[in-house]
Design a binder for this molecule. Sequence first.
Ligand SMILES: NC(=O)c1ccc[n+]([C@@H]2O[C@H](COP(=O)([O-])OP(=O)(O)OC[C@H]3O[C@@H](n4cnc5c(N)ncnc54)[C@H](OP(=O)(O)O)[C@@H]3O)[C@@H](O)[C@H]2O)c1
Length: 310
Amino acid sequence: MHILITGASGLLGLNLALETAHRHTVFGSVNQNSLKTSAFQVKQTDLLVPGAVERLLEASQPDWVIHCAALANLDACEADPDLAQKLNTELPRTLAKHVVRGGARLVHISTDSVFDGRGGDYTEDDSPNPIGVYSRTKLDGERAVAEADPSAIIARVNLFGWSLNGNRSLSEFFFNNLSQGRQVMGFTDVFFCPILANDLAGIFIKMLERNLSGLYHVVGAECLSKYEFGMRLAQCFNLDDNLIKPTSVTRSGLKAYRSPNLCLRTDKLAGALGEALPGTSIGLEKLYQLHQLGYPDMLHSMKAEQPESS
Ligand SMILES: NC(=O)c1ccc[n+]([C@@H]2O[C@H](COP(=O)([O-])OP(=O)(O)OC[C@H]3O[C@@H](n4cnc5c(N)ncnc54)[C@H](OP(=O)(O)O)[C@@H]3O)[C@@H](O)[C@H]2O)c1
């Protein structure tokens, strides 16, 4: 298959591109970050430029599109709501329209934080209540995609993994600090269901192969606090877990609102695939194995020099 992955320099997109490139012809679109790789074809394009989506689809002729490009930083969304709306709502709408016209299948990536996190244990039938610019624009993006392409898969995720810059994910936050002997806070009152970015690749491919469509929660099978996640990571990597100080998020000083309980149920997808989603320990063990194989360094070596601006 020809797979187009947008946001291929991001935490999710890069790992998806590398994992799927073993078996498929992959095109990865990037914007400000250049990539050096022979694993997949890199297309550098600002997708907000009029006509860019059409040109990218024409150049890559995809059977499947996995749309990961977004403004995914909560504080950046609060600082520039207009850009958040363009990237998280309007771009998915435009992409979905053109993908369906070309006869390709779309996986649109959304987020667990469309919920306010006051309840937890959310199913796909529960009503979202987004709080903050990021969550609101992502929910609007889901709705725009569903309207433009009812056959699209809309996948609400939460993930961890190794990234291009080495500092994009919560797992890198804990790993980087603990391996430098630095003390960190671990929130005991923020719960989530993270899944390893690499594992999402195989799951999305299975969802496409089984011709699924509509809304799915594609997260890890286990619900745990961010503190517990840090502790488990420390144990897995044999790092000093005493450096993680249990703290309430209310004392963190973070600007954007963090939902306290974003645990999502995965029964719908597990039923459709006939298998459970992986739990945190499996993901952390794989994260460790990737580290032992030099995967983080390999990712960093893919970062191409930016041309000097004149
Ligand atoms: N990370 C998480 O824990 C998490 C949790 C829940 C949901 N999600 C969702 O998962 C998806 C991927 O997130 P991520 O963490 O991988 O994001 P990320 O690391 O911030 O990457 C964002 C990607 O979007 C690209 N991009 C931004 N502006 C663009 C533009 N104008 N034109 C083309 N590409 C553009 C970036 O390209 P350059 O870097 O090259 O500029 C980058 O490749 C998003 O939909 C996000 O909402 C992520």
